[in-house]
Write a protein that binds this ligand. Structure first.
Ligand SMILES: [Zn+2]
Length: 253
């Protein structure tokens, strides 16, 4: 499989230390990722360092070297307990909200990015959670692409093109045709993890592509069976992640 890289939770107050190390790593292997920039971060979990004033200029510099930017929600605040139509997590900034509220959040976020000179038609939903209303609002607000969903190729849904993410990291390295995305969160990423990723990129360099190349792939049509399969996989993944967390918390007691 060909693998694109996406980095979540990019904010002026992120864990810059890990971010800069990961950036160096991607540069070493010549991989340009997609970064999910939060227009106005209000999520305290993402506040890792003092906010840097040069952040927005830095984002511009990254785009100049081929990195892509996605709008990562608006405030990155989970205000509902809905999992939506790609149910990986039982919380959301959008799923479950009435359409007008979603429209305000998405358009406010878009305006804020524009104020910083960033225009993008790629959307990254915080927590991977969104519903049918989110898709309608995105389409009406000029978005064309979403980084989410499961599958082996970009696909069309509700007038938008989805660029799937991986279900399981190890599956990406099997001999198989198609495309996927590996998702990375640099906030709190340890030195050991970064070393591990260094080895991973070195071992599989020929499989990695830049996100811009992923965006060039022609999307396939997706029917209701494909959608059902994706929903079941996302639900299974959510349940598995919960069970593992439960077992870990029990064994830690
Ligand atoms: Zn996020």
């Amino acid at each position: 499989m060909k693998i694109a890289v996406r980095m979540d939770d990019i904010t002026p107050d992120m864990d810059w230390k890990s971010f800069l190390k990961f950036e160096k790593l991607l540069d070493k292997y010549g991989i340009a990722p997609l970064i999910g920039v939060v227009p106005c971060n209000r999520d305290t979990n993402l506040m890792r360092e003092a906010s840097r004033v040069e952040f927005w200029d830095y984002v511009h510099k990254l785009t100049q070297k081929g990195w892509c930017v996605a709008q990562h929600g608006c405030y990155h605040q989970y205000t509902t307990k809905k999992a939506g139509i790609f149910p990986l997590n039982p919380f959301s900034e959008f799923a479950g909200l009435e359409k007008e509220k979603q429209k305000k959040l998405i358009r406010d976020g878009k305006e804020m990015l524009k104020h910083h000179g960033i225009e993008t038609d790629i959307f990254m939903a915080p927590g991977h959670s969104f519903d049918e209303n989110t898709l309608e609002v995105l389409k009406e607000s000029g978005f064309r692409y979403l980084t989410d969903g499961f599958g082996d190729a970009p696909y069309e849904r509700g007038g938008l093109t989805f660029f799937p993410i991986s279900v399981k990291r190890s599956d990406c390295f099997r001999e198989k045709e198609g495309f996927t995305t590996l998702v990375f969160h640099t906030n709190g990423m340890s030195e050991e993890e970064i070393e591990g990723y260094d080895k991973m990129f070195a071992a599989h360099r020929d499989q990695f592509i830049s996100y811009r190349e992923y965006l060039k792939q022609t999307p396939v049509k997706r029917g209701w069976i494909g959608q059902k399969k994706e929903w079941s996989l996302a639900t299974a993944k959510r349940v598995t992640v919960r069970l593992i967390a439960l077992v870990r918390s029990k064994s830690a007691q």
